[in-house]
Write a protein that binds this ligand. Structure first.
Ligand code: HEM
Length: 490
């Protein structure tokens, strides 16, 4: 029927040859058998290859395009041109996600949310690959895959399992701050529009004079924070498992563009040596009284993707995409992420992932990378393929060099959680910040999640809660029917 409509284009094969019949396979006689049907084979073969591997984490997500506009002057901290003047606009693509679930999982699970922003700056892409939480579960990247395995599925039953989650967390007390966050009200945002974003890690900025500053990025929702209770989330997971995707898409379609105030905490490079809180520890926040939030700009999302696979699935973010004036930090988690993401993209999408439309910088790219699977641009044409060369090939720009970073210490595998490390104070502070009802919900959520976990693991975890705040530990113990005296008899 479609071909009767005059404005429809003619259907073709992948090679552009017109298709005469897309409803009936080529057979000998009306009852078969089939003959070599090129068109059928092309269709089936393409279908069999439609999937790329889903992201190993953050598989389920939603994305949108928008704009970042500078509203505050931070040129004293950075030479990055995207911040060079008030009112300057830079296009962005954002992908929000849940972490542990697979592509088809429900949006309303209790899980951190990914908050990844690609700024297409004139000096190359800046990818701010953050979460909706200011801290993380671990602080040594060697533990990342173990942590994620504990959140995924059991090898025998293929099911998720509270015992392995609490086993890992209870043996990794550095997770306590994030666990308290996760089981509190903000553990299930009502929508992607109603949550904040954080770089969580410390990054750096450097200015034209070569001075470096340590920074943490904050994206404050201008829609207000809204969360779901466990009951609301469970119900929605059945009724509308794509609710976060649906909400973001619908809001943008009707012109109700979500916005975030972009802010930054700035620590002069020298302060890092004496600040009481380890500045490169991803399990800690910097209190705002020490390093207040400085306004930088506003991010607005105002355009939905045309094609989910091409734009959202193929989006490839990397914390190492940092234009001149911005840098990483010695945080070893971040250092590992600088390597892990491009490696994941090479596997998941292919070596030329950066040239795909959603990932391609909006400024000229002049690298000496050539060839590889699915090279769909001009592959550098006839320009030189090596450097240095005498034939006007691209050359380095020494002004893009980061200021040198002084490092010290013996190379060793340093124990990441004994010694002076304090994993309890900030978790306790977060608990004490909550009102009575939120504390109750926090304890209730934890009790619900720990039911059925072996007693020894429960006890080990509750002792961490107790150490953060006795009322916190006692609340969970009581909820699980554990004698508080047993808790104290460590
Ligand atoms: C996705 C590794 C910690 C935020 C991913 C992916 C990998 C990964 C392999 C999938 C990438 C892809 O296939 O496209 C790691 C490692 C970590 C780590 C090794 C620690 C050592 C973190 C932290 C944050 C974070 C601390 C937030 C502060 C994200 C986000 C995505 C992601 C938002 C999804 C990006 C998107 O929307 O495509 N991570 N991750 N990760 N990670 Fe991490």
């Amino acid at each position: 029927m479609a071909n009767d409509q005059p404005r429809c284009p003619v259907m073709t094969t992948a090679a552009g040859v017109p298709v005469a019949d897309n409803q009936n396979s080529l057979t000998a006689g009306p009852r078969g058998p089939m003959l070599a049907d090129y068109q059928l084979m092309e269709k089936m073969a393409h279908f069999n290859r439609e999937r790329v591997p889903e992201r190993v984490v953050h598989a389920k997500g939603a994305g949108a395009y928008g704009t970042f506009r500078v509203t505050g002057d931070i040129t004293r901290y950075t030479r990055a041109r995207l911040f060079e003047k008030i009112g300057k606009e830079t296009p962005v693509f954002v992908r929000f996600s849940t972490v542990a679930g697979e592509l088809g999982s429900a949006d309303t699970v209790r899980d951190p949310r990914g908050f990844a922003v690609k700024f297409y700056t004139e000096e190359g892409n800046w990818d701010m690959v953050g979460n909706n939480t200011p801290v993380f579960f671990i602080r040594d990247p060697l533990k990342f895959s173990d942590f994620i395995h504990s959140q995924k599925r059991l090898p025998d039953t293929g099911m998720r399992d509270a015992t392995m989650q609490w086993d890992f967390w209870s043996l990794s007390p550095e997770s306590l701050h994030q666990v308290t966050w996760l089981f509190g009200d903000r553990g299930i945002p009502a929508t992607y529009r109603n949550m904040d974003g954080f770089s969580s890690h410390t990054y750096s900025l450097w200015n034209a004079q070569g001075e470096r500053f340590w920074v943490k990025w904050h994206f404050k929702t201008m829609q207000g924070i809204k969360c779901l209770t466990q009951g609301e989330a469970t119900k929605l997971a059945g009724e509308d498992p794509d609710t976060h995707r649906r909400d973001l898409h619908a809001a943008i379609e009707k012109g109700d563009y979500p916005k975030w105030r972009v802010m930054v905490q700035v620590m002069p490079e020298k302060d890092a040596e004496s600040y009481a809180i380890h500045p490169f520890d991803l399990t800690k926040v910097w209190p705002h009284k020490d390093y207040p939030l400085i306004e930088v700009g506003v991010m607005e999302l105002n355009r939905n993707p045309e094609n989910h696979f091409a734009e959202v699935e193929q989006a490839a973010f990397e914390p190492g995409n940092l234009p001149p004036g911005m840098g990483a930090s010695p945080d070893k988690m971040l250092q590992a992420r600088l390597l892990s993401y491009p490696d994941a993209h090479r596997y998941r999408i292919g070596i030329n992932y950066a040239a795909l439309p959603v990932n391609r910088p909006r400024c000229p790219v002049h690298s000496y990378h050539r060839d590889g699977h699915m090279r769909f641009d001009d592959n550098g044409g006839r320009t030189p393929v090596y450097q240095p060369n005498s034939f006007n090939g691209p050359v380095e720009d020494p002004s893009a060099k980061e200021p040198p970073l002084r490092i010290s210490g013996n190379a060793d595998r340093y124990d990441h959680w004994v010694g002076n490390e304090d994993y309890w104070t900030q978790a306790g502070n977060l608990y004490r910040l909550m009102g009575a009802e939120e504390k109750q919900r926090l304890v209730g959520n934890i009790v619900g999640a720990m039911r059925g976990v072996p007693h020894a693991i429960q006890l080990r975890q509750i002792r961490h809660f107790y150490k953060a705040d006795p009322a916190y530990g006692e609340g969970v113990a009581r909820g699980l029917g554990i004698d508080v005296a047993e808790l104290k008899a460590a």
